[in-house]
Ligand binder design. Structure first.
Ligand code: AMP
Length: 589
């Protein structure tokens, strides 16, 4: 669907703001903020969603995390509320987990800095006192998980009469977590004439039904629906590494230390990231240079000449900066952030593997972005192999092998006269093998090999859900366990585990409360995601029995999850939590 877009104002163009964002009708204060954040152009979802949301339309958007959807709804909504009455909730954003509530509230604060809007994240597990105080003082935007929002509504501490816009973010996940009725109850408390936007990574019929009930003639947006042309993706070796957000930078450093590419393009999303990553890589001894839209032509020319001559090995760039450049074929393209569309990915990796040469495309993502990666894989029909981040030991072995091969080259080339006398003298003093080992140690140290480093925790990678196996309670609620199946599970076979079996790499956690205590699968997923600070999509099958529940979690995280759950209350009660050791089929827990 096409929308009219406002022409960028003369004022915003004159100030040199991103014409892409200005063309969407965003006001100068927001353009300033985007400029400060180093955003160079809108992502596809932002281009499509911002104009209709600014115009007050309802919206149904299919977009995964990592596409820039938070800014897509936040920017227009902030602009709409910034000049109206303040300090009573004007925007309510509902999200599935505490982690996301915090993250979205941070984004809203960041985007609303110039407009001075106040934001409050509201989620379960957090003391209610400070939330009550903040709500009483008044806020403009509330970002809440459905359970806690409903709590406040019942206590009459959250009034929704003044709400102009409601956003349902990651709606499919909220439904998977059993929040459907809560959503209905919350929306009922908001004015009928409100604006509603619903975002979901998938659009199963139950999302369509909730959209039908609560959205008025929504503009529908679906990003990346068309498969790309066959053969659009170059035939290069494609690898992805999945690590927690806080470890991404370290993982990138480790991967580049391991690969030691001679000519690589490293893509980041923002100018600020480009500068930070360049500084980090330079600090580790890589020959890296930045290129982005904030640089003038002579600066860019200098960087490009240095890259073309091979003096610079890693060119760290934003898409916008790279677009206009005549870049020679590189050995590696590295995505420090996934591009926001499959087309963007294909465009980036097309810089390597040209003219029959070998090429490698490497992507580092956080677990929330796996769906975007899977979309790219589907649309390009090319396999992206999810690989563990190299360990400290892997890197050590690789460095030593590299030194060995360099020494063999030097031996073959000869011309060692200058060094032979010293080598002979050292060998006469001691054992020649020890002398060689000491020389190796010196080279190893000079190459940063003795830097103190830690292994990066593995994050389980997961396969997208099969349409027939949603994360929904199955069977007769009285005689069958309420069971939710894993939504994703790459690297492990997708099979319903049942109580007798276990999925490879997964452990089962026993929780001493079940249906009789009012437990629903969503309570357990929410508690684990929130208390252990994990993305809920790492959680596998959930079975709620009458008196107890079983939850499948990645083996590597089991201990951490058990400790976190033992400290917390589930549905207001302290419950026993332990590792569940499999019984023979039919055995009772
Ligand atoms: P989201 O899909 O909302 O989780 O956003 C994913 C990431 O993209 C966040 O880290 C944002 O800061 C970043 N981002 C969003 N929009 C843009 C943009 N137009 N340019 C660069 N980065 C962006």
């Amino acid at each position: 669907m096409k929308h009219e877009t406002t022409t960028p104002s003369a004022e915003s163009q004159a100030k040199g703001f991103s014409p892409g964002f200005a063309a969407l009708g965003l006001e100068a204060a927001l353009l300033t903020t985007l400029d400060t954040l180093g955003y160079e152009e809108p992502t596809p979802i932002q281009r499509e969603a911002i104009p209709p949301l600014l115009a007050g339309r309802d919206l149904l958007g299919q977009a995964a995390t990592g596409t820039g959807k938070t800014a897509a709804f936040t920017l227009p909504l902030l602009q709409r509320i910034a000049h109206s009455a303040r300090r009573c909730p004007s925007v309510l954003i509902l999200v599935p987990t505490r982690e996301l509530a915090i993250q979205v509230a941070e984004s809203v604060t960041r985007y609303g800095k110039e407009l001075r809007v106040s934001v409050l994240p509201v989620y379960g597990g957090q003391a209610i006192g400070p939330q009550l105080y903040a709500l009483k003082r008044g806020v403009d935007v509330v970002v809440a998980t459905p359970g806690r929002a409903l709590d406040h509504i019942k206590r009459k501490t959250l009034q929704l009469k003044t709400v102009q816009t409601v956003v349902l973010d990651e709606a499919d996940e909220m439904l998977d977590m059993g929040f459907a009725e809560d959503l209905d109850a919350i929306l009922e408390q908001t004015p009928k004439e409100r604006q509603t936007a619903l975002f979901s990574a998938t659009m199963p019929p139950r999302i369509a039904s909730i959209a039908k009930r609560h959205l008025k003639e929504p503009v529908e947006i679906k990003i990346a629906k068309e498969p790309l042309k066959a053969g659009a993706a170059p035939r290069v070796h494609q690898t992805a590494y999945i690590v927690a957000r806080q470890h991404k930078e370290m993982a990138l450093a480790r991967i580049l230390d391991m690969e030691a590419p001679k000519s690589a393009l490293v893509f980041c999303r923002t100018r600020i990231e480009v500068d930070e990553i360049t500084a980090m890589l330079t600090g580790r001894g890589h020959k890296a240079e930045a290129i982005h839209g904030g640089m003038n032509q002579p600066q860019r020319d200098r960087v490009m000449n240095s890259f073309r001559s091979g003096q610079t090995e890693l060119l760290v760039a934003t898409d916008v900066a790279a677009r206009g450049l005549d870049i020679p074929s590189v050995s590696h393209v590295v995505n420090y952030d996934l591009p926001t569309s499959p087309e963007g990915y294909v465009h980036r990796i097309g810089r390597t593997g040209r003219a029959g040469r070998e090429g490698a495309a490497i992507t580092v993502i956080d677990p929330r972005e796996q769906r975007l990666l899977w979309n790219i894989e589907q649309l390009t029909k090319a396999k992206i192999v999810v690989t563990p981040v190299p360990t400290v030991a892997d890197l050590r072995t690789k460095r030593l092998a590299r030194i060995k091969s360099a020494i063999e080259d030097v031996l073959a080339a000869g011309e060692l006269d200058l060094f032979r006398a010293v080598a002979t003298a050292l060998a006469e003093e001691g054992n020649p093998t020890e002398v060689a080992a000491a020389a190796l140690k010196l080279v190893f140290r000079l190459q940063g090999g003795e830097r103190k480093e830690q292994d990066i925790p593995a994050m389980p990678s997961r396969q997208p859900e099969r349409p027939s196996m949603g994360r929904r309670p199955m069977g007769d609620p009285r005689s069958q366990p309420s069971r939710m199946m894993p939504r994703e599970g790459q690297g492990r076979p997708f099979s319903p585990p049942g109580r007798g079996g276990r999925t490879a790499g997964m452990a089962k956690v026993y929780i001493g409360a079940g249906r009789e205590a009012g437990i629903r699968p969503g309570d357990l997923v929410g508690a684990i995601a929130n208390e252990a600070g994990l993305n809920s999509n790492v959680i596998g099958a959930v079975e709620v029995m009458d008196r107890f529940s079983l939850v499948e979690v990645p083996e590597v995280l089991a201990r951490e999850i058990i400790e976190a759950l033992s400290r917390t209350r589930i549905k207001g009660q302290k419950v026993g939590v332990r590792l569940f050791l499999d019984q023979p089929r039919g055995g009772r827990a």
